[in-house]
Design a protein around this ligand. Structure first.
Ligand SMILES: [Zn+2]
Ligand SMILES: [Zn+2]
Length: 273
């Protein structure tokens, strides 16, 4: 099985349901190669949702010692999912340098300064306008920040889109995608393939839920080789969800490895075992 690079626990992410024991028990039952815990850290989060969107990183490292002990032979990787805003890049670059993280995911949960999970009015404009603006923001994020390993869910914006066919496509904004993908490659980062996004589309009853082939082939064509699988699990029932299917799909474009990180160094495990 695989390393799942993107997961949350209820101990440090307010929207997660699983405890660390539930997470680790489920990973062992699935015979996973490894698991990364990547708790949410959203500096200056614009919505008041009654719970902090940042966590005490010192306490995380203290408490996770016992998680590692409980995990035993299962590699438990300690990460963080940073929520991008333009003014936070320098702060984040310095923040994560102070701690012995294994992996750092950089994500953009905001569109025009608000989380689309709450801000459905953001979808009033047509899909191409909205998605183009989001991917341009993603490009700015990768260009502006430096101290991260994985670019989280580039398709976050389409999780809540009210459109009839909300799938994100390269053809909707090719220039923006080229800028975004080129920046990832130039910085040697990994493009996350977020299988929670796939799952959410399937639960809506949509067909055509795997990442757009044109995005993947363009990334590969530009020189992108690093992809990273993440289930973005908030409960223990979705770990590694759709991984075998998505891994096989990725291999059809030429990708050979699932990137994972230990001590901020990239390793690869075969997509096809
Ligand atoms: Zn996220
Ligand atoms: Zn996440």
């Amino acid at each position: 099985m695989y390393t799942d690079n993107h997961n949350h626990t209820k101990h440090f992410s307010s929207d997660a349901r699983q405890s660390y024991t539930e997470l680790i028990d489920a990973c062992k039952a699935l015979h996973m190669h490894g698991v990364a815990v990547t708790e949410h850290y959203e500096g200056d989060y614009p919505h008041d949702i009654g719970a902090p969107q940042i966590f005490d990183i010192d306490r995380f490292f203290e408490e996770s010692e016992k998680w590692i002990e409980y995990a035993g032979s299962l590699p438990l990787l300690r990460g963080i999912e940073l929520g991008y805003q333009k003014h936070l890049c320098g702060f984040y670059d310095e923040l994560v340098a102070k701690y012995p993280f294994d992996c750092v995911i950089l994500s953009n949960h905001l569109y025009m300064g608000k989380d689309p999970y709450f801000f459905r009015d953001g979808y009033r404009e047509d899909m191409v306008t909205v998605y183009t603006r989001y991917i341009v923001e993603m490009a700015e994020m990768v260009e502006g920040c430096n101290n991260f390993d994985i670019v989280g869910h580039y398709d976050y914006i389409n999780r809540y889109g009210p459109y009839e066919h909300p799938q994100m496509k390269y053809s909707q904004c090719p220039e923006a995608f080229d800028r975004f993908l080129t920046a990832i490659i130039a910085k040697g980062k990994s493009l996350e393939i977020n299988t929670r996004s796939v799952d959410k589309m399937r639960k809506k009853g949509l067909n055509d839920t795997l990442p757009d082939p044109d995005i993947l082939s363009r990334y590969y064509e530009l020189g992108g080789r690093f992809v990273s699988l993440g289930s973005d699990s908030h409960g223990s029932d979705t770990l590694c969800i759709h991984f075998p299917e998505v891994a096989k799909y990725l291999s059809e474009f030429g990708f050979t490895e699932n990137s994972y990180y230990i001590g901020r160094k990239r390793y690869g495990e075969p997509l096809i075992v």
